[in-house]
Design a protein around this ligand. Structure first.
Ligand code: NAP
Length: 293
């Protein structure tokens, strides 16, 4: 539903949370948050609300609604939303992007968080400290991955771009991050413990694509290979890496952990992870079948 229509509807008269973005209809966030809200018996509803550029001026009115309990923010608003907030927590400040808005205290001052950083790092915990990593892609998700890894003690990050022009990305952690191109991948992979894919290559419906050429897959042996794409939950890259004996992580964990952190910030409750994992897998299957059908 468009933001303007949402503001004019009855829905805002009852306690609500929403994800704001454009487009936003593909978002699986309503499915998992509504399942978690029902599980806890919390009488709040979570909606997907589309905010095209010409409706951005309506966002402050949304945040002032008496029944507004919080929001997720997604592409293309993660940076733009910062100008509407009263304060930012550390990760959001560090990378200049917000994915969770929390109305705080009695005066409901708006605080911005970036739970993608937590969501990205949480599945890496069982693997111990990462000292050197290679990240494919230079967008918003790469920023969250860089911040999480750098803050947890990673000393060297190779950031792989299709062009070598995006040196501003190296600016956020200049001592750690080096921007390279895909021509250099073969050279840096042996020295990295971790390879992360933050490009959209391999995402549904392009499931047969992988961002890493078949000839380089043997270099992933005994490495950690982390693909943050969650549709499909297991990408071609993950399958290739597993076949080669790599330890693999799919994007569903990051998606669920970033959501869990947002849920805790809004409601002070733990997200029922097994339940919401089943919900999101089922909802992805349904969405993909509808799209192909
Ligand atoms: P983004 O800002 O569009 O960045 C993606 C980056 O990948 C681009 O900056 C680009 O870097 C590179 N890229 C784009 N198209 C490519 C192509 N065809 N081939 C190779 N490289 C390409 O997107 P994002 O927000 O960072 O998200 C990236 C992916 O992560 C998406 O698939 C998204 O669904 C996923 N994601 C998952 C989670 C989760 O919770 N699991 C959270 C956030 C995002 P260069 O131009 O420098 O090559």
């Amino acid at each position: 539903m468009l933001l303007s229509a949402f503001l004019d509807s009855e829905l805002v008269a009852r306690p609500f949370v929403c994800v704001l973005g454009y487009p936003v209809s593909h978002s699986r966030s309503p499915a998992i948050h509504n399942a978690a809200l029902a599980y806890h018996g919390i009488h709040v509803q979570y909606y997907a609300v589309a905010c095209p550029p010409e409706e951005f001026h309506l966002v402050p009115a949304l945040f002032k609604m008496p029944e507004f309990k919080g929001a997720n923010v997604t592409i293309p608003l993660k940076e733009k939303i910062v100008s509407l907030l009263d304060s930012l927590e550390t990760d959001a400040k560090r990378i200049g992007a917000v994915n969770t808005v929390v109305p705080d205290g009695r005066d409901r001052r708006l605080k911005g968080y970036n739970t993608d950083v937590y969501g990205f790092m949480k599945p890496l915990e069982p693997f111990g400290e990462i000292s050197a990593a290679t990240i494919l892609g230079t967008g918003g998700a790469a920023r969250a991955a860089i911040a999480g890894l750098a803050e947890s003690g990673c000393k060297k990050i190779h950031l792989v771009s299709r062009t070598s022009k995006k040196h501003e990305m190296a600016g956020i952690y200049p001592d750690i991050v080096r921007v390279i191109t895909y021509d250099d991948l073969e050279q840096v992979l042996p020295g990295s413990q971790l390879l992360v894919n933050t490009t959209p290559v391999g995402m549904h419906p392009g499931r047969d694509s992988s961002p890493v050429g078949e000839e380089l897959i043997p270099l992933l042996k005994r490495k950690i290979c982390y693909d943050i794409i969650y549709n499909p939950p297991e990408t071609k890259l993950v399958r290739q890496a597993r076949r080669e004996g790599a330890k693999v992580i799919g994007g569903l964990d990051m998606f669920l952990y970033q959501a869990a952190r947002s849920f805790e910030l809004w409601f002070g409750k733990t997200m029922p992870m097994d339940l919401v994992r089943d919900v999101v897998i089922k909802s992805l299957d349904e969405m993909n079948m509808t799209a192909s059908g």
